[in-house]
Design a protein around this ligand. Structure first.
Ligand code: NAD
Length: 295
C-alpha cells in the first residue's frame, strides 16, 4: 500500500486527502490547526502530529499550503520534509506558489534525494471534493509519471507542462484569466441590472454563446444573489496575481488588463474584504457604479 504524507488540510487539502484515503492510499495528514487533522482521521486517514510524523514513512508527500514562504518552511525548514523524508520520496507540491521557488525546491530536493514536482490545481473547492481538479504539472518526465496515479485520484485533467516551475507558470496564467473573467462578468452584471434586464435570462443566453465561460456557469448565480462566501478567497487571488505580475516582469512581458484587475483585487484586500470569495470583485463594481447597497 502506498503511504501518502499530506500536509495542509484546508479548503482544498482536506477533500483531496479524504479522496486519497477513499481510494485506498494510507494517508498520514498534518495541519497546523488540529481540528482538520481530526476530521481527516474520521474520513479514513491517519492523524500525524508534525510534518516529520507525516513524512517519515511516506512514499509520496503532498503539500497544499497557502503561499511560497509556507511551502519553503515546511519543505526546507529544520523539521521539514527534506530533513525527514526517506531517500527517493516523491514530493508533489499542489500549492500555488512562485515558479522560482518551485525551481529552488526541486534543486534542494535533488540534493537531499527527494524528487519534487510542482502540481498546482484549478477547479476550486467543488473540484477538490469531486476529485475533478485540473492539474498543471512541472518536473522531470519520470517523476511526473510517478506522481500521475495520485494526481489522477484527486484530478480529472493532469497535464505535464514542462520542467520544474512550469506548472506554476501555467497556474499564474490560469489566475490571470480567472480574475479577468470574473471582473468582466461582474461589470456585465452591473451593466445589465442598470438597464433593468432579466439577468438570469441574460446569463443563460450568454453562457451558450462565444461569451460562455466557467465563471458564468459556476459563479454567476451566486454573484446575482451577492453571495460571496469562499470558495477561493480574494487574499489568495491577490497573492496569485502578485506571482503573475512578478513572473511577467521577469520575462519582460506587460500585462495591461491583468494589472487593472490586480489593482481592483488589491483594493478589496486593503480595505478588509480579502476573506470574501473572488467573485466579491462584483462588490467593488457595484460601488464604482454608485450602487453600494446591491452587495
Ligand atoms: P487554506 O488556507 O484553506 O488551507 C491551507 C491550510 O494549510 C490551512 O488549513 C492551514 O492551517 C495549513 N497550514 C498553513 N501553514 C502550515 C504549516 N506551516 N504547517 C501545516 N499546515 C499549515 O487554503 P486553500 O484554499 O486550501 O489553498 C491552498 C493552496 O491551494 C493555495 O496555494 C491556493 O492558492 C491554492 N488553490 C486554492 C483554491 C481554492 O479554491 N481554495 C483553488 C486552487 C488552488
Amino acid at each position: 500500500m502506498t503511504t501518502v504524507g499530506f500536509i495542509g488540510l484546508g479548503i482544498m487539502g482536506a477533500p483531496m486527502a479524504a479522496n486519497l484515503a477513499g481510494a485506498g492510499y494510507r494517508v498520514l495528514g498534518y495541519n497546523r490547526s488540529e481540528a482538520a487533522v481530526r476530521k481527516l482521521a474520521e474520513q479514513g486517514g491517519q492523524a500525524a502530529g508534525s510534518v516529520a510524523e507525516a513524512v517519515r514513512e511516506a512514499d509520496i508527500v503532498l503539500t497544499m499550503l497557502p503561499d511560497s514562504p509556507d511551502v519553503a518552511e515546511v519543505v526546507q525548514g529544520p523539521d521539514g520534509v527534506l530533513a525527514n523524508a526517506k531517500d527517493g520520496t516523491l514530493l508533489i507540491d499542489c500549492s500555488t506558489i512562485r515558479p522560482d521557488v518551485s525551481r529552488e525546491l526541486a534543486e534542494a530536493g535533488a540534493r537531499s534525494g527527494v524528487r519534487v514536482v510542482d502540481a498546482p490545481v484549478s477547479g476550486g473547492e467543488q473540484g477538490a471534493i469531486d476529485g475533478a481538479l485540473s492539474i498543471m504539472v512541472g518536473g522531470a518526465e519520470a517523476d511526473v509519471e510517478a506522481a500521475r496515479p495520485v494526481l489522477e485520484t484527486v484530478g480529472k485533467t493532469v497535464v505535464h507542462v514542462g520542467p520544474a516551475g512550469s506548472g506554476q507558470t501555467v497556474k499564474a496564467a490560469n489566475q490571470l484569466i480567472v480574475a479577468g473573467t470574473i471582473e468582466l462578468v461582474a461589470e456585465s452584471i452591473v451593466f445589465l441590472e442598470a438597464h433593468g434586464v432579466d439577468t438570469e435570462a441574460a446569463v443563460k443566453v450568454l453562457a451558450g454563446g462565444l461569451a460562455g465561460n466557467a465563471i458564468l456557469d459556476r459563479k454567476a448565480a451566486g454573484m446575482l444573489n451577492r453571495e460571496f462566501t469562499p470558495g477561493f478567497r480574494l487574499e489568495l487571488h491577490h497573492k496569485d496575481l502578485g506571482i503573475a505580475q512578478a513572473a511577467a516582469r521577469d520575462a519582460g512581458v506587460p500585462l495591461p488588463l491583468g494589472s487593472v484587475v490586480s489593482q481592483l483585487v488589491a483594493a478589496l484586500v486593503a480595505r478588509g474584504d480579502g476573506g470574501l470569495d473572488h467573485s466579491g470583485l462584483l462588490k467593488l463594481a457595484d460601488e464604482l457604479s454608485g450602487k453600494p447597497n446591491r452587495s
